[in-house]
Design a protein around this ligand. Sequence first.
Ligand code: ADP
Ligand code: ADP
Length: 217
Amino acid sequence: MLIEKGYFADNMGQSIVLFGPPGAGKGTQADAIVGATGKPQVSTGDMLRAALAAGTPLGLEAKKYMEAGELVPDDVIIGLIEERMQQDDAGDGVLFDGFPRTVPQAEALAEIAEVSLVISIEVPDDEIVGRIVGRRMDPETGDIYHITFKPAPAEIAHRLIQRKDDNEEAVRTRLTAYHDQTSPLAKWYSEKGLLATVNGNQAMDDVGAEISAIIDA
Ligand code: ADP
Ligand code: ADP
């Protein structure tokens, strides 16, 4: 029985962080982790894009940072997470995707939720640009595709969109932000004994298998 084994049994109420550079494959791998653990995905990128699409003041404030590839200020992000974690479905812990991205965000998270595992998907910079520039999204399902590595079925190809920040210039800025502000968190979580690293520079299914092995251990 699922509840008797591995991660799920021991870590009810605790959250998982999916960590890695832009384009590492966090969104791609999230569905399987949600399926295996029952924890809902909390993606700050998706929340910000929803706020932007809805034209809320928060969305409008975040827009300029997102389009330039810079990080949205910590107070905005922490406010979003505090609100999200009060919803009923967050009670048994969640899967954070793209959060935390700075040390102040991680410190705020420690006050809000208990993190029991940080899965870091490692991909070298020279792989990232091609992944990001070729990324496409299905706005109806949220599914993520890639023009070369994961082509969409022909019948939905007409409706795919490319994110405005998925261009080479913004990716370079995002990678700089990652190295300067986000990657120090790997050491931070490693010192707490929470970090598990995964080789993200292999086929999607192989990345998924490494992640499953960590979750089931
Ligand atoms: P990716 O999946 O390519 O890494 P995201 O969808 O996670 O991109 O984020 C898109 C943009 O939203 C980021 O470049 C940044 O501007 C903003 N953003 C998302 N999450 C955060 C966060 N935790 N802190 C600051 N900015 C964020
Ligand atoms: P993130 O959420 O970390 O920004 P995504 O899951 O959106 O990353 O993946 C970025 C792009 O790279 C997408 O177009 C996706 O289809 C593709 N991708 C994801 N994982 C791999 C992989 N292991 N090999 C090749 N391409 C991948």
